[in-house]
Design a binder for this molecule. Structure first.
Ligand SMILES: C[S@@+](CC[C@H](N)C(=O)[O-])C[C@H]1O[C@@H](n2cnc3c(N)ncnc32)[C@H](O)[C@@H]1O
Length: 184
């Protein structure tokens, strides 16, 4: 499969999965997180699918189409390892959908990043909350969600949070060992 075909397959899978996830969170309140603004393609698609949802976007830099840049109140700028703990403090147990589009051409680096990101997902998601990802970000409480028929396995990953997890009683999730959690 040529790089062009791989890219087309990836974009088609993204669209099909985001369409499905948007449908499935219809009755699930809470904000949506977009991890990886990039040039803003999937952020733009999500806000078109979910016009009444608050969408918070995370990236280390802003390099998106000018009309696909969130306002400062909805942008967490910086490395995920620094911004996701801040998001946990504010949104723990409330997020309806997390889209993690974090991949690059470096498979080894991506696997480490996916594992680190996976540690934040269960504490951010509300019970029944959903994850769509371009890398395997499975976590202990994750149930696999069937992919749309047109999407091949391992091209995209869909999960549902089985249940809420207990948050530290201090109220500061950052000090509660969340960083230590690693995907299986
Ligand atoms: C595949 S691109 C996202 C593409 C985007 N969703 C789109 O549709 O245009 C991945 C993005 O993740 C960001 N990224 C990768 N590792 C990161 C990290 N550790 N912290 C913050 N952002 C990161 C990169 O800057 C890049 O913009």
């Amino acid at each position: 499969m040529s790089r062009l075909d791989i890219n087309i397959r990836r974009l088609q899978a993204q669209r099909a999965c985001l369409n499905l996830m948007a449908e499935q969170i219809r009755d699930l309140p809470g904000p949506v997180f977009e991890l990886g603004l990039g040039n803003g393609r999937t952020y733009d698609h999500l806000r078109e699918l979910l016009p009444d949802r608050e969408i918070f976007v995370f990236d280390r830099e802003v390099a998106a189409h000018p009309d696909c840049i969130p306002d400062p109140a909805h942008l967490f700028l910086g490395d995920f390892q620094e911004t996701l703990p801040r998001a946990v403090d504010r949104f723990a147990g409330t997020v309806a959908l997390i889209h993690a589009d974090i991949g690059s051409a470096n498979a080894a680096r991506d696997a480490l990043l996916a594992s680190a990101v996976a540690g934040f997902l269960p504490v951010l998601l509300r019970p029944g909350g959903l994850v769509a990802a371009d890398r395997n970000v499975a976590f202990a409480e994750a149930l696999a969600v069937p992919l749309p028929a047109a999407v091949a396995p391992e091209v995209y990953f869909l999960y549902r949070q089985a249940a809420g997890i207990e948050l530290p009683e201090t109220g500061n999730a950052r000090s509660g060992g969340i960083r230590a959690f690693r995907a299986p």
